[in-house]
Ligand binder design. Structure first.
Ligand SMILES: C[S@@+](CC[C@H](N)C(=O)[O-])C[C@H]1O[C@@H](n2cnc3c(N)ncnc32)[C@H](O)[C@@H]1O
Length: 212
């Protein structure tokens, strides 16, 4: 009998392998985000934790020079196929956002990260936020969404205060850190925070600018 392969380390890789483009419609705030980016003359935009690329494709189609990074090879592979279907291009990398980001200091006009940054413990998230700050230009724009609701009936292990590890379900083994608005303000202390609001899926949406 053949052995079953190990479960991929990032459960989203498994989800994308099975389901392909899980998210197809852009986040509800994206039309306004794009309007703001155009108004500010943004050119380079990084989608951190881009998954199968719904925002990479949208932003590339609107004329931005787009970078996308995700730990899932399946996600990035699907994003590449989607871009090709649309006749678009972007710079996509398979990498964990827990590592040093592969972009130069002060080289990016805007970072968007939708439902991805919370997939780590608090110390790792702070390291990633430090990397975002390194690569963003002064005055650069940031749009981040993270979930408000905890666990939603799933069994979990609490790794540390506010960081949970689902013990079953499709995201089994992937850390989920649950921010309060206060913690978001503290973690993004290097930013002028414009707004934190809840979207239709109960995710906190933060818009901010890196301080000049
Ligand atoms: C809920 S999906 C969101 C995908 C995409 N942002 C979107 O809105 O369609 C979460 C994404 O975070 C990615 N992810 C989880 N941990 C990561 C890590 N350490 N580094 C980079 N990406 C990660 C997953 O691979 C997955 O693509």
């Amino acid at each position: 009998m053949s052995e079953k392969p190990d479960r991929p380390r990032n459960p989203w890789d498994h989800i994308f392998a099975r389901q392909g483009r899980v998210f197809t419609e852009p986040h509800e705030d994206m039309p306004e985000i794009i309007r703001r980016l155009k108004e500010r003359g943004a050119v380079t935009v990084l989608d951190l934790g881009c998954g199968t690329g719904r925002h990479v494709v949208l932003l590339a189609g609107r004329g931005f020079s787009v970078f996308g990074l995700d730990a899932s090879p399946e996600g990035i592979g699907e994003a590449r196929r989607w871009l090709a279907e649309e006749g678009l291009a972007a710079d996509l990398r398979v990498q964990s956002m827990a590592e040093k980001l592969p972009y130069d200091d002060s080289s990016i006009d805007a970072v968007v990260s939708v439902q991805a940054l919370h997939h780590a413990d608090a110390a790792t998230i702070r390291k990633t936020v430090g990397e975002i700050s390194r690569i963003l230009k002064k005055g650069g724009f940031l749009f981040v969404t993270v979930p408000k609701l905890r666990n939603q009936g799933r069994a979990f292990e609490e790794l540390e205060p506010n960081t949970c590890l689902p013990l079953n379900g499709p995201e089994k083994g992937l850390p989920h850190h649950y921010f309060s608005p206060e913690e978001l303000r503290e973690v993004f202390g290097e930013y002028d925070i414009e707004d934190i609001h809840l979207d239709a899926r109960n995710h906190y949406c933060l818009t901010a600018f890196k301080k000049e």
